[in-house]
Design a protein. Structure first.
Length: 282
């Protein structure tokens, strides 16, 4: 069991400085460590073997989330009681929740994802906004996808905003990072996965795909950049380029919403003879 350390009150403490540096991508890459903020992320990290390595908590948060802090101590994580000023220095949010964990990188080699023969995969190609990346990861997790792939042109998976937006889903399913889109598509095709590119100008309609019964097999959805979608060379790699139909007057859907619609359409088709859990909105 990890001992309780004296309260950290100085933002200049070496431990605080080391944690604060992890807000920057180059330090995350060098140390292969990232920040997980808030009770949900820290709780999920504590449930994964050898993921949570250090925890900073205010006295109030340690009392409020005694189960999370207790779990961290039980698995040998070094727990620092810290002042609110110290937590504010480490945190990247405007209103910190009093818990900040330091976690080991947990991305999965792409070859391991292929070897598992996934049935539903989200591929993020050229996605630059960390909030969108984290939200798509959360959608993929909720839809029952077996993996997420971030191409080498996409945002850093461990950006604090991406971690927060995933709301713990980062710790639930395999994620491969830095995979060239051509390699991602080729590998998934070789694994028997059909590649669908999501694009508002797609020639195929999602409703038609569902009506025609073509979405029940293993599928990978490729999602593009928030502003300009997928480049032509990426669309050309797909088996079909699919648009989400707009039945009302909205001009378009944002990336995360379109991803949720597409992933759940595939999940519905693949689970046509089974059931699913009820949805909780938060």
């Amino acid at each position: 069991m990890s001992p309780v350390t004296p309260e950290l009150i100085s933002p200049r403490s070496p431990r605080v400085s080391a944690a604060r540096r992890l807000a920057r991508r180059n330090f995350r890459g060098k140390e292969r460590l990232f920040l997980a903020e808030g009770p949900q992320a820290v709780r999920e990290a504590g449930e994964q073997a050898d993921t949570l390595v250090e925890l900073f908590a205010t006295v109030e948060a340690a009392e409020r989330y005694a189960d999370i802090v207790g779990r961290a101590r039980d698995i040998g994580v070094r727990v620092h009681l810290a002042s609110e000023q110290v937590i504010a220095e480490i945190s990247t949010t405007v209103t910190p929740q009093g818990l900040v964990g330091i976690c080991r990188f947990l991305d999965t080699p792409f070859e391991e994802i292929l070897a598992a023969r996934p049935k539903l995969v989200a591929v993020l190609a050229h996605v630059r906004d960390p909030g969108n990346a984290g939200t798509v990861l959360r959608c993929a997790d909720a839809a029952g996808a077996e993996a997420v792939v971030l191409t080498d042109a996409s945002v850093d998976l461990y950006n604090p905003k991406a971690v927060r937006a995933s709301v713990g889903s980062l710790f639930h399913l395999p994620v491969a990072v830095g995979v060239p889109v051509e390699r991602a598509v080729a590998g998934l095709k070789d694994a028997g996965v059909r590649i669908l590119a999501a694009d508002g100008a797609g020639t195929d309609d999602l409703d038609d795909e569902l009506d025609n019964g073509t979405m029940g097999g293993p599928t990978a959805w490729v999602f593009g950049n928030e502003a300009w979608g997928l480049p032509e060379e990426t669309r050309a790699l797909a088996d079909a380029v699919v648009r989400v139909p707009i039945h009302g007057k909205a001009e378009s859907l944002n990336l995360a919403t379109a991803a949720a619609v597409c992933l759940y359409a595939s999940a519905r088709a693949q689970r046509a003879s089974g059931g699913c859990r009820s949805v909780t909105v938060s």
